[in-house]
Write a protein that binds this ligand. Structure first.
Ligand code: NDP
Length: 399
């Protein structure tokens, strides 16, 4: 018997909820709580009668008192924060006050500065430790599975890892000239920021999209990819011993980049509020309102994603290269849970992380990134719950 509270009912949450219901031996009771309760009710109705007792609630996750009241009345064993990164700290505060463990998929980002870092959430370590509660940070795919892959490589494949390249390829086509695969505001903030990577313990900053490479992805084919700043670089640099360099690349098509440049040039991606007809609006939030809802892309997206990590290091004194990756098909995801692969590859790991916590395997007081837990049961979970991984022991490297 275990009770989970899911906060948010968007693309990622919907997949995680479907997966919790498929895994109803563990997730016997589920409460779906979000800003727009009608979305929670519609999903609860769709999933009724499948072995999991689902209730719904309306909550403003920016309000600690509202969250505490909900947690104290529902009494969950864990909260899955699948709302937006802006709500991470209010939900962590509420968890501490109500005595509930916590999991999320994206690190905190203040709404008025497009800068995401772990420092705000790592500052909660002692509080969670003292309260005997677990907080699992970044348990989606990237961050999330990329950290688990790194911990697995470190545990089983290497004596020393020197280089990690994380490659995130979305070969999906939704047929629109421009749309984002997850929350447009979060996505555009991420890709229009400066790039960066870690080399010899230091951040090296680049202009946005300055570093471009081409890679031939299994299951997808050849794609252009660009170096981005990404949150798991920060935690992996600390948690993977002896690491010399970590980079993160994501693929983008030319149409996406041309539209993005134009939107940037006309000021539509700005997060500075402006006056419009007597009202303050944030251009990026307005843009989000006119772009297709990522949840609506599911039925029209075809193709595959391929996300993984290439490791270089040493085993038994010899140079070794190793690539761990997952290929996920947009249409197969849609047939199974009604969402495209980007939501799927994030929602499934969130459910697996929560399951491992509930089974006591990933339960330790404090605040942790996923690579600080045992990767083995998670790797089994990926194969079991729809994200099987593959290995390549002679991968093409990224220069
Ligand atoms: P969506 O925009 O689809 O969903 C967000 C949900 O949160 C919506 O249901 C929204 O409610 C709800 N919400 C927003 N603000 C509040 C609030 N103040 N109170 C209560 N509910 C609120 O986003 P996604 O599902 O695409 O993304 C969810 C999270 O997953 C994000 O943090 C994103 O960064 C992360 N992510 C992580 C990835 C990874 O691999 N680690 C990859 C992709 C995403 P409403 O319906 O009213 O708008």
């Amino acid at each position: 018997m275990s009770r989970a509270l899911v906060i948010g009912c968007g693309g990622v949450a919907s997949v995680a909820i479907h997966k919790c219901v498929q895994n109803s031996e563990i997730f016997t009771d589920l409460c779906i709580a979000s800003r727009t309760k009608s979305k929670c009710d519609a999903l609860a109705e769709k999933l009724a009668g499948r072995g999991c007792n689902i209730t719904t609630a309306k909550v403003d996750a920016d309000s600690v008192p509202e969250l505490v009241a909900l947690m104290k009345s529902y009494k969950p064993d864990i909260v899955l924060n699948l709302a937006l990164p802006y709500q991470d700290l209010s939900i962590m505060d509420a968890c501490l006050e109500a005595g509930v463990s916590y999991l999320d998929t994206a690190n905190y980002e203040p709404e008025d500065t497009a800068k995401f870092e772990y420092k705000w959430q790592w500052a909660y370590r002692e509080k969670f430790e003292k309260a005997g509660l677990t907080a699992i940070l970044g348990c989606g795919f990237d961050p999330g599975v990329t950290g688990v892959f790194s911990a697995y490589a470190q545990k089983h494949e290497f004596d020393e890892i020197s280089y990690i390249d994380i490659l995130d390829c979305n070969g999906g086509d939704h047929g629109y000239p421009f749309a984002t695969n997850f929350n447009p505001e979060i996505n555009i903030r991420e890709v229009s920021a400066k790039g960066s990577y870690i080399e010899n313990g230091k951040w090296v900053e680049t202009e946005p999209m300055e570093i471009k490479r081409t890679y031939n992805f299994k299951g997808v084919g050849e794609k252009d990819m660009y170096l981005l700043h990404h949150e798991e670089l920060e935690s992996l640099a600390l948690n993977i011993k002896g690491i010399k360099r970590i980079r993160f690349f994501m693929t983008f098509g030319q149409s996406y980049l041309t539209h993005l440049k134009c939107l940037e040039n006309v000021g539509m991606t700005s997060i500075e509020p402006i006056d419009f007809e007597g009202k303050q609006i944030v251009p990026l939030q307005f843009l989000k309102a006119v772009l297709p809802d990522p949840a609506s892309l599911g039925p029209r997206t075809v193709g595959k994603t391929n996300i993984g990590c290439i490791f270089q290091g040493k085993k038994d004194g010899k140079e070794k290269h190793y690539y761990l990756y997952n290929i996920c098909d947009h249409q197969e995801c849609y047939r199974e849970v009604g969402s495209q692969a980007v939501s799927y590859t994030t929602g499934v790991p969130a459910m697996i992380g929560a399951e491992l916590f509930l089974r006591g395997l990933w339960k330790k007081p404090g605040v942790y990134n996923v690579e600080e837990f045992d990767p083995d049961p998670f790797m089994e979970g990926l194969n079991k719950w729809g994200l099987p991984w593959q290995e390549d022991r002679d991968p093409v490297l990224v220069d």
